[in-house]
Design a protein around this ligand. Structure first.
Ligand code: TYM
Length: 326
């Protein structure tokens, strides 16, 4: 059976880009494949974290994943640091990756270019991500467009390791949703929507109230024309609304454009579709948040399942690279 793996960082607030670009596709993948989904708390450490906040965000994010529809009876849901093999294989990946190729990662260039403390972990981050994926003999990695380069690197590292030390890893492939792979900021539709402050007018958060969602979409930047068509280069704002409407209603952006002649109705329908898509998730999240003990129990089950698979891969990789067995 096809194996699927993906992950999300417990930092900031889950936003509409995460939901439409990754989480909703995951809920569909879990029924088509043998899937593992991971809250990647070690990745969050690449930037300094408040310990209490990190613990709370990790638990909250798990509850959000359950609320979106991941079913722990169907998929394996766990926290990265609960499975020590992630950090262990990451070292082998760091020694397989070249300094030059890690330097070329656009996400590293963006994040390190913003100033402040740049950890060594921020630089080696993609090696940890490769470890996450390769530990589980993953075939498919459902992600948003911004993770494309990291999955490409993972493929290169798997192929390099296999050719140096013999067949060890499955070479994975990234998959992207037909709409929603790149949800942009509503105020700056040339920048991707990202985790940010609570009040950012260009970001819709999963837990935003309907009124706030309506207001943000109503004020979304469009352009001075009035034609509704999907054309990312010429009409980034309108195209973003069409991507959101398409992803929220299970259509491509081009299909979503049919029938609109003005921006007003497009915005109203997009807001209504987003509110309708998020409302049941918000309601389920409120129930789950009231019972953290149950979430902790589910995570322990997930970690046990993941560890079994991960341990076998690490044993194989260590043997193939020439580490003396204990
Ligand atoms: P993260 O936590 O930034 O984002 C989680 C998922 O959400 C997608 N995403 C978006 N999709 C569409 N539009 C957007 N504006 C948008 N913003 C975020 C991301 O592409 C991602 O799929 N490095 C990863 C986490 C990770 C991982 C992995 C993913 C660690 N190990 C192994 C896959 C496999 C990250 O920081 O995602």
């Amino acid at each position: 059976m096809t194996r699927v793996f993906s992950g999300i960082q417990p930092t900031g607030n889950v936003h509409l880009g995460n939901v439409l670009g990754a989480l909703v596709p995951w809920t569909e993948d879990q029924h088509r494949a043998d899937s593992l989904f991971c809250v990647v708390d070690l990745h969050a450490l690449t930037r300094p974290q408040d310990p209490d906040e990190l613990r709370a965000t990790t638990l909250r994010l798990t509850q959000i994943l359950l609320a979106v529809g991941l079913d722990p009876e169907v998929c394996t849901l766990f926290v990265q640091s609960h499975v020590p093999q992630h950090a262990e294989l990451a070292w082998l990946m760091e020694c397989t990756a070249a300094y030059g190729e890690l330097s070329r990662m656009t996400q590293f260039k963006d994040k390190s270019g913003k100033g402040g403390f740049v950890s060594a972990g921020l630089f080696t981050y993609p090696a940890l991500m490769a470890s996450d994926i390769l530990l589980y003999d993953t075939d498919l990695v459902p992600v948003g467009d911004d993770q494309r380069q990291h999955v490409e690197l993972t493929r290169d590292l798997a192929e390099r390791f296999n050719s140096r030390y013999g067949p060890t890893f499955t070479v994975p492939q990234a998959t992207f949703p037909k709409a929603g792979a790149r949800i942009m900021d509503l105020q700056d539709p040339t920048a991707k929507m990202s985790k940010s402050e609570d009040q950012a007018p260009g970001t819709i958060l999963l837990l935003d109230e309907p009124k706030s969602i309506e207001k943000k979409i109503k004020r979304a930047v469009t352009d001075t024309e009035s034609e509704v068509r999907f054309d990312v280069a010429a009409k980034p704002g309108v195209s973003n609304l069409l991507s959101i409407l398409g992803a929220a209603t299970g259509r491509t952006p081009e299909e979503a454009a049919a029938g609109y002649e003005q921006y007003g109705p497009l915005k109203a329908d997009t807001a209504a579709a987003v509110v309708e898509r998020l409302a049941p998730i918000q309601a389920r999240y409120a129930e789950l948040a009231a019972d953290p003990g149950e979430t902790t129990r589910l995570l322990a089950v997930g970690a046990a399942k993941a560890t079994e698979l991960a341990a076998a891969t690490v044993t194989r990789a260590k043997a193939n690279i020439g580490l003396l067995p204990r």
